[in-house]
Design a protein around this ligand. Structure first.
Ligand code: 13P
Length: 250
């Protein structure tokens, strides 16, 4: 089986001002993680300053969205190349909050993922079912459809990350059970192998949804879980640091 380097990713969502960079400096100072990659995706306004603050540290910085176009008359949009110019190396795409609030479709996520890869960055493509989907027994169908529509045909398995984030577990304190996580992650791996071939063994699959210091180790011991996409708990160095340490030791 391919060796996949684990990834702890923080999604700051629409939180964070310049003084919050202190949390990132504290994280860099207090929580070295030799065995895994660490990524923080702040609001676009902080990407450049955060990457400057981390210049001597392996912690990576990412965006939370980008335009599908590389440049042009698109007021208010930011291209993948611009995120790279600001210091980003990853971009979260298709988060359920954007799928809901900005009506992002699988086709839009796919176009953005292609743009991100073309700019030399790594897309973190998010998928996940609602509570209604799960109650109706269509979790694997929904996740499979999102995956099929959101991952570009030209993707190399090692150059994309997929995050499974059940919508009902985001920001709710309710975590999927390890059986539920394993079922979906195993299915995602199988679908990616069918789609992309053997390189899909190199795709890192992250779980996201109320990951905290207290549940991280159990989640990281689950089949086909290569790390986490962390929201609320990534805002505090002590909490995110504890999650990183659990991943580093897994
Ligand atoms: P929480 O960790 O706050 O539940 O958020 C998860 C998430 O949406 C990360 O992208």
């Amino acid at each position: 089986m391919a060796q996949r380097r684990k990834l702890a990713a923080g999604n700051w969502k629409m939180h964070g001002f310049q003084p919050d960079l202190g949390q990132v400096r504290a994280l860099a100072d207090a929580h070295p993680a030799p065995n895994c990659d660490v990524l923080i995706c702040p609001p676009a306004t902080l990407i450049s300053r955060m990457s400057d603050a981390l210049s001597a540290n392996p912690i990576q910085v990412g965006g939370q969205n980008c335009a599908p176009q590389s440049s042009g008359a698109h007021t208010g949009e930011i291209s993948a190349g611009m995120l790279a110019d600001a210091g980003a190396t990853y971009v979260i795409l298709g988060h359920s909050e954007r799928r809901a609030d900005q009506a992002e479709t699988d086709a839009m996520v796919c176009a953005k993922a292609s743009a991100v890869s073309a700019a030399g960055l790594i897309p973190v493509i998010c998928v996940g079912e609602t509570l209604e989907d799960r109650a109706a027994g269509r979790t694997l169908q929904v996740v499979g459809t999102q995956l099929a529509g959101s991952v570009p045909d030209t993707s190399q398995g090692g150059s994309i990350v997929v995050a499974y984030e059940p919508v009902w577990a985001i920001g709710t304190g309710e975590v999927a059970t390890t059986d539920q996580i394993a079922e979906v992650h195993d299915a995602i791996r199988a679908l990616l192998i069918e789609r992309l071939g053997p390189t899909a063994q190199e795709t890192r699959l992250l779980y996201g949804g109320s990951v905290k210091p207290g549940n991280a180790a159990e989640i990281f011991a689950t089949s086909n879980v290569d790390g986490a996409l962390v929201g609320g708990a990534s805002l505090k160095a002590s909490d995110f640091g504890a999650i990183i340490e659990a991943l580093d030791a897994s």
